[in-house]
Design a protein around this ligand. Structure first.
Ligand code: BG6
Length: 244
């Protein structure tokens, strides 16, 4: 169900072009560090290997703790813990961010899911109606999304604020619909680079833009402030609904 570009690079220098990169501690261009922060190019540790819990779910836990490299860019002590839970038609990601240092810090974070689609122009995103958004492609703030069903037929890079916790993406592989349920992530980004954007990215095939859409839930419009010993928790659940 997830897109991975045929040109994706696994070099720890840039995020992998596909899958579900984790954006932390900064969404977007970052004057002091790499775009979208360092979490997506750091090596995470496996805290718990995939194992079956009492309900029959497969659960794995990965973690990232501050280190010399992250502190050189952003001098704070933190722990990111991501619990990954897989059921037959459902995949959950639970993110905990803990401030393990003695100074308060601010951050933005986002789960940058690349959905694989047979034809993005036939897919629709539901659930954004009435939300205020920033259109990065024009630099304009739009007061309210008027479309009940968002379709994509050009470069799109919209940052929606205060989005309802249930979104739907139609037109997935084999006609599947994907229900996206989020908690603690107020915002949602919808991104597709289209023809020109695809050509500018070395790690993305020129002909791949119709085959994906990023619907990214996060806390990006306003920063999260975390005092020492405080924890931030947010999650995303993807549920596949197969056609009858
Ligand atoms: C999206 C941003 O989240 O990620 C876009 O809103 C950006 O502006 C896109 O182009 C991809 O970013 P990157 O760093 O993976 O090329």
């Amino acid at each position: 169900m997830l897109f991975l570009s045929k040109n994706a690079l696994f070099d720890n220098k840039k995020g992998i072009r596909g899958g579900i990169p984790i954006v932390f501690p900064h969404f977007g261009p970052w004057p002091i560090g790499p775009q979208h922060g360092f979490a997506r190019i750091q090596m995470w540790e496996v805290e718990q290997l995939p194992s079956v819990d009492v309900s029959g779910n497969v659960v794995a836990i990965i973690a990232l703790v501050d280190n010399a490299e992250t502190r050189k860019i952003w001098d704070f002590k933190f722990k990111l813990r991501m619990t990954l839970t897989l059921l037959k038609c459902c995949f959950s990601m639970d993110l905990h961010v803990t401030n393990t240092g003695d100074a308060e810090f601010n951050f933005t974070t986002l789960i940058h899911t690349y959905f694989r689609l047979p034809d993005v122009t036939k897919s629709r995103v539901l659930g954004l109606t009435g939300c205020k958004y920033f259109d990065k492609t024009t630099g304009q703030d739009i007061q309210s999304e008027t479309r009940e069903q968002l379709s994509v037929d050009r470069n799109i890079d919209n940052i929606y604020a205060n989005v309802p916790d249930e979104l739907t993406l139609t037109g997935g592989p084999a006609g599947r619909t994907i229900k996206i349920t989020k908690k603690g992530f107020p915002d949602t980004v919808v991104w597709n680079p289209w023809v020109d954007g695809a050509q500018k990215m070395a790690d993305f095939g020129d002909d791949e833009y119709p085959l994906m859409l990023c619907v990214e839930v996060g806390h990006v419009v306003k920063k999260v402030s975390l005092a020492p010993a405080q924890e931030f928790h947010a999650s995303q659940t993807l549920q596949i609904q197969c056609p009858e």
